[in-house]
Design a binder for this molecule. Structure first.
Ligand code: NAD
Length: 296
């Protein structure tokens, strides 16, 4: 299967390189030449443009920041819709809105292109180790035909149901993860404000019922004072906004999601949008005038 991969960032880069290492022929494209070269270095082929990639492959994948970026690459001028051949399968691996995926799929279907939504979970480390989960909504036969490609860069590969259901699963997962993370930030700040040694507190919580992946992430950033971006506040803020939009569509009250979204908004207002999502801790630190973890 000849694969096209567009968007070679924190997630797309390592995912793409694993597909190449899996023995597939892969045409790659990104706005960043350095990102393209990092894939060419392991055997990828520089596609040169979205149009050129889309025109030459059996399956074309995107891993892009925002829904509007995916829309532009899929439906915009010189995009996938105008250039992929009938019979091509298009898979968006970004965290996107179910509504946007249905809009894109509708327009691509008119040109004989099948769309799957396949968001991923497991972070940059999981992307590098090919241990990520891939949750895929849409046509089951298309999903089955792409399994050798999915297996080259993921471990837990689930067909979630109809188109858009992969996005729903991903938005739910991330809302839970960010809520856990904010609870971790709040708890760490409370303990340290009350005079506890953060390392001792962390030893307790990570071995007690307060433990979670979100908690461990924020505790690690706090103790190492490392907020370098692997998954940015900006992207997490986008994910939560999409979850809130979904709840709006369903008239469902969300109690926790909007609170976490607000804290992310506060972090963004302090120019922390480009930092790692664990930088939500700094909102609490600013309020308390005190840092969790050692000075650095
Ligand atoms: P990123 O910003 O690191 O990478 C995005 C890449 O897309 C960049 O290299 C950028 O140059 C490229 N790009 C943007 N517009 C383009 C265009 N028009 N044509 C070609 N290339 C273009 O983002 P990321 O962290 O890799 O996230 C990508 C998606 O995966 C997002 O939807 C995010 O929510 C999701 N995601 C991220 C993580 C994570 O841990 N970073 C985990 C799971 C899911």
């Amino acid at each position: 299967m000849k694969v096209g991969f567009i968007g070679l960032g924190h997630m797309g880069g390592p995912m793409c390189r694993n597909i190449i290492k899996g023995g597939h022929e892969v045409l790659v494209h990104d706005l960043s030449e350095a990102a393209v070269q990092a894939c060419v270095y392991v055997g990828g082929i520089a596609g040169g443009s979205i149009a050129n990639v889309a025109d030459q492959v059996d399956v074309v994948m995107t891993s892009l920041p925002m829904p509007k970026d995916v829309e532009a690459v899929a439906l915009g001028p010189d995009g996938i819709a105008d250039n992929a051949n009938a019979g091509t399968i298009y898979i968006d691996l970004s965290t996107n809105s179910p509504a946007m995926m249905k809009k894109i799929a509708g327009e691509l279907a008119d040109r004989g292109i099948v769309t799957l939504d396949g968001p991923v979970s497991g972070g940059v480390v999981g992307a590098e180790k090919a241990t990520i989960a891939i949750m895929v909504g849409g046509d089951k036969a298309a999903f089955d035909s792409c399994m050798p490609v999915f297996e080259s860069f993921g471990k837990t590969i689930v067909h979630t149901g109809e188109l858009g259901s992969g996005c729903v699963a991903k938005l739910v997962n991330n809302m839970i993860a960010f809520t856990n993370m904010m609870a971790g930030a709040e708890g760490l700040m409370l303990g340290v404000a009350a005079g506890m040694d953060p390392a001792v507190l962390n030893e307790i919580v990570r071995n007690s019922s307060g433990n979670s992946m979100g908690y461990r992430g924020v505790a690690k950033s706090a103790l190492e004072r490392d907020f370098a971006p692997a998954f940015t506040v900006d992207l997490a803020y986008k994910d939560l906004r999409l979850a809130l939009e979904l709840a709006d569509e369903l008239d469902m009250p969300l109690m926790l999601g909007p609170q976490v979204h607000n804290v992310m908004r506060m972090a963004r207002s302090k120019d922390q949008g480009g930092e790692n999502v664990t930088a939500i801790l700094k909102v609490y630190e600013a309020a308390m005038g005190q840092q969790v973890g050692p000075a650095k």
